[in-house]
Ligand binder design. Structure first.
Ligand code: COA
Length: 387
């Protein structure tokens, strides 16, 4: 396998972007990444997008978007793994460069979610759950994660206040991220007093519905060194992908995200790293409980200690292991297909030392964890500054 580097990153400002179309926000982030990389041609475009048909009535994105970039003719493919589609696009691009099939790949993620109303967005997202055993009975994603939260609370004594601390931290970080959908300071009381969405999850325990796109350019480490000048070269040293049962009812233990654990184990093994080596982490906090369970599954904390770790400040920007310095899905927003790519872009920004007020000092090794549905799939990447 060849060593793979991220040589360019780009994303647009996430939010409710009613004046822009899917192709426009996608092209904005793609051009930003190409410009950041200093390249004007690529061998392949990968696109992570969960459900363009249901959200904007457009399938066949590979051709639509390659053409939008003025690159009709270039190979392009869309990949889908629900909310982990962006992470899967990154892994696809990584495999292409590592194997030698492509030298330079534009990896992108996009979702335009606010062109439909809330009920239709909930339906579209719900197609990532098991239709026969979950969707048909009326369950939604807030409901599925509420069940995970209740199980975690019953087994480990996790509290609503501890979950609220995740939202408080991530909104505080999001205040420092110009691309974030929400620039809000929230307190534990604000979270607990916000509308109950699915007991025990309040409005502020949930990620929002978001329009957004993100892109990164991958190439060989050798070419990246030529292109990067004085900037640090960031390499992808580990990539892990795993699945789990989609249906919660089929899981042996509702308090563990097994796909996340497996994907992380595979990424650590490839990179020759362990959780203690990490300096900065982005995890898939689609709900506050998801951040707690993800940090346990990637081995930052023992099972049952993820929630108290947040309350004790261990995952804050100045903490022992900062988690979601970007603001996470909670504050930055969660355009589902874009999220996995945006997470990687944040880790690259951190490892380059370009994160401004939210910079994690001295970070040289980071991890990005992306998740599909209620943990039916997960993708983990480890990124490091090249020596
Ligand atoms: N966090 C903070 N504020 C939020 C928010 C969130 N997650 N979602 C909406 N808001 C705000 C809006 O900005 C709006 O504020 P305003 O009145 O000041 O303009 C207000 O709350 C109402 O917004 P609205 O869009 O009407 O909310 P809603 O009730 O339709 O939707 C949720 C709220 C939580 C149901 C929706 O955001 C949701 O479904 N989130 C989960 C998304 C999801 O499942 N993703 C996949 C995960 S696997």
């Amino acid at each position: 396998m060849r060593d793979v580097a991220v040589v360019g990153i780009g994303m647009n400002d996430f939010g409710e972007l009613w004046k822009k179309s899917l192709r426009t926000i996608w092209a904005e982030s793609a051009f930003a990444a190409l410009s950041d990389a200093g390249v004007d041609s690529v061998d392949l475009i990968t696109i992570g997008c969960m459900s363009p048909g249901l959200f904007v009535g457009q399938e066949h994105l590979s051709s639509v978007l390659a053409d939008e970039l003025g690159m009709a003719g270039v190979p392009a493919s869309r990949v889908e793994s629900a909310c982990a589609s962006g992470g899967l696009a990154l892994r696809t691009g990584f495999a292409e460069v590592a194997s030698g099939l492509s030298d330079t790949v534009l990896v992108t993620g996009v979702e335009k979610m606010t062109d439909v109303d809330g009920a239709d967005a909930t339906y579209a997202l719900g197609t990532a759950a098991d239709q026969e055993w979950e969707g048909f009975h009326g369950i939604t994603f807030p409901g599925l994660y509420a069940m995970l939260a209740v199980a975690h609370m019953e087994k480990y004594g996790t509290t609503s206040e501890q979950l609220a601390a995740v939202a408080v931290k991530n909104h505080a970080n999001g205040l420092l991220n110009p691309h974030a959908q929400y620039h809000l300071k929230v307190s534990v009381e604000d979270v607990l007093e916000s509308t109950m969405v699915a007991d025990p999850l309040h409005l502020f325990d949930c990620s929002p519905v978001t329009d957004g796109a993100a892109a990164v350019v991958l190439t060989t480490v050798e070419r990246a060194k030529e292109l990067s000048g004085d900037r640090p070269v960031v390499t992808i040293t580990g990539s892990g992908l795993a699945t789990d049962t989609i249906t919660l009812a089929n899981r042996e233990d509702l308090t563990e995200l097994a796909a996340v654990r497996l994907a992380a184990e595979r990424a650590y093994k490839m990179a020759g790293r362990k959780p203690e080596d990490l300096h900065v982490v982005e995890v898939h906090d689609c709900f506050t409980i998801a951040e707690v369970m993800a940090t346990e599954a990637i081995g930052l904390f023992d099972p049952g200690y993820g929630a108290s770790a947040v309350e004790d400040g261990l995952t804050s920007l100045q903490g022992k292991i900062p988690v979601n310095p970007s603001g996470g899905l909670k504050s930055k927003g969660h355009p589902v297909g874009a999220t996995g790519v945006a997470q990687a872009a944040e880790i690259v920004t951190q490892l380059r030392g370009e994160a401004g007020q939210r910079q994690v000092e001295g970070a040289t090794i980071g991890l990005a964890q992306n998740m599909g549905g209620s943990g039916g799939s997960s993708i983990v990447h480890i990124l490091e500054v090249a020596s």
